[in-house]
Design a protein. Structure first.
Length: 224
């Protein structure tokens, strides 16, 4: 997933960013509400982690601006405010979930998985499947033909992105936006390199690659 953290406490933002990157996510940080709005209004995020107390534009106002702009991106409010009234205010202004500081990082991960579920699902997905391949979002294990496949963090993040959109054509820019972050160089061949890395690990024994290349369009993960 590509995640935006809007948090002015540098140590907290760095702690969350480091943990999420270790889980294979692409993470951007905005240190104030104004920068958060700039990022949220021009980039596509899977989840936004939004602190309540922010300089320039507070979290509650920013949440409202994002919703008024028509965005339905899941928003997790992260704050020391823990009264029922505060939680109601945050939820009423467009937040999808609310987590108070201090928190356990595993709980944050679980809430992010729940927020990333597909519309209409009764339960959050914890396992993605494509033919005989499964990807466990909790344990980060990838299994093919009942055998584990060892992937690097970035290979795992790329495979997760493709599996969430299996059967769909995804462009290089979409991959860059969701698997890497704002510092990614769009002129590099990094995506092609990682696609090849991934193919070598998941296509063993197959005549046809699980990942199709559609020239001029992008890539598609086959469902069979």
């Amino acid at each position: 997933m590509r995640i935006l953290i809007v948090e002015d406490e540098k140590r907290m933002a760095s702690f969350i960013q480091r943990g999420l990157r270790e889980e294979g996510h692409a993470v951007d940080i905005a240190e104030d509400g104004e920068r958060g709005w700039d990022y949220a209004s021009v980039n596509e995020y899977d989840v936004i982690i939004l602190d309540w107390m922010l300089p320039k534009i507070d979290g509650l106002t920013l949440c409202t601006k994002i919703r008024e702009a028509g965005s339905r991106v899941p928003i997790l409010m992260l704050t020391v405010r823990d009264t029922v009234e505060d939680k109601i205010r945050g939820l009423d202004r467009g937040a999808d979930d609310y987590l108070t500081k201090p928190f356990a990082f595993d709980e944050l991960l679980a809430r992010l998985r729940a927020l990333s579920r597909r519309p209409g699902q009764l339960q959050a997905e914890t396992v993605l499947k494509a033919a005989d391949m499964t990807l466990d979002l909790v344990s980060h294990k990838v299994i093919i033909h009942d055998e584990p496949v060892i992937l690097s963090q970035k290979e795992y993040a790329l495979l997760e992105f493709l599996m969430r959109r299996k059967g769909q054509v995804v462009s290089r820019s979409q991959i860059a936006e969701h698997v890497w972050d704002l510092h990614f160089d769009p002129m590099s061949n990094t995506i092609d390199v990682y696609i090849n890395f991934l193919r070598k690990k998941i296509d063993t024994g197959r005549k046809k690659s699980r990942i199709e290349t559609l020239r001029g369009s992008g890539y598609r993960l086959c469902e069979t």
